[in-house]
Write a new protein. Structure first.
Length: 270
């Protein structure tokens, strides 16, 4: 672990919200926070880098002080495509944080597909933030989406670590499709899958309370509903139902865009 959190900023209000979430994450880890702005080259350029880019990262770095004044902050302006810049940053980071949308235009390149593309390529977990950081203690649980896929297995470790850092309950959720199973009962296979996914972590995280929730329904709807009562949702980048050729699963894309809490997306890099 490099003990580094990276946050991508683009000058939008949403990216300042991401800074708040990143600052809190760095404080929980005792990590350094690096504020990064990707400056897309535009010609003709009178000054490279653009002085406005330096101002942008300075303002973002100053914003950290109001959330976590103890966090050490560094700044970087890097010329290049946003996804490529942040993917490169992810090689040295424990966590990358971005806003779920930007402000549009040249500075708003964290808008739209960028978080999705980054989550599909990042070498570390990616947290997308769309709500203001809570300054008071958050007693809501961390929710983990489980489907038994390799990415989901990797997400289990990240979710346990997040719950431990936040001193929060962890709720592992598995969505199963009703077929011929009697109403009100989950199939044994679903219960076994959920039990296997979280097995063996109790020794590593003895102080973390773990709940299990088997819910009949589509994974997208089940996880979005679970996010209403969560302080964080952790999912794998791709699930068992993903379509071949897609870099990021449809469920992951949906929760990154529509969840009611921050989302950490975890990709298995092995």
């Amino acid at each position: 672990m490099s003990n580094l959190v990276v946050v991508g900023v683009d000058g939008s209000a949403m990216s300042l919200t991401a800074v708040e979430g990143a600052a809190a994450a760095a404080a929980r880890r005792g990590a350094e926070l690096r504020v990064v702005h990707a400056e897309v080259p535009i010609k003709p350029r009178y000054m490279v880098p653009d002085p406005a880019s330096g101002t942008l990262v300075d303002e973002a770095a100053a914003h950290v002080f109001g959330v976590a004044p103890e966090v050490v902050v560094t700044k970087a302006v890097v010329t290049g495509d946003v996804v490529h810049v942040l993917e490169a940053q992810s090689r040295a980071a424990d966590l990358i944080v971005v806003g779920s949308r930007g402000m549009g235009g040249v500075l708003g390149l964290l808008l739209g597909s960028t978080p999705v593309s980054l989550a599909a390529r990042s070498h570390c977990p990616v947290m997308t933030v769309r709500e203001k950081h809570r300054t008071s203690a958050d007693t809501r649980p961390v929710v983990l989406g489980v489907d038994g896929s390799p990415d989901s297995d990797k997400a289990v470790d990240v979710a346990f670590a997040e719950a431990a850092q936040r001193q929060a309950e962890l709720v592992a959720v598995h969505a199963w499709q009703p077929d011929k199973t009697p109403p009100g009962t989950a199939p044994r296979s679903a219960a076994q899958l959920l039990a296997r996914a979280i097995a063996g972590r109790a020794d590593t995280y003895p102080d973390t309370t773990v709940g299990r929730d088997l819910v009949a329904g589509k994974a997208r709807e089940v996880l979005l509903e679970a996010s209403r009562a969560a302080q964080l949702l952790v999912v794998g980048a791709r699930g068992r139902s993903g379509i071949a050729g897609l870099l990021l699963g449809s469920v992951s894309q949906a929760v990154m865009t529509h969840a009611h809490c921050p989302v950490v997306t975890v990709r298995s890099t092995t």
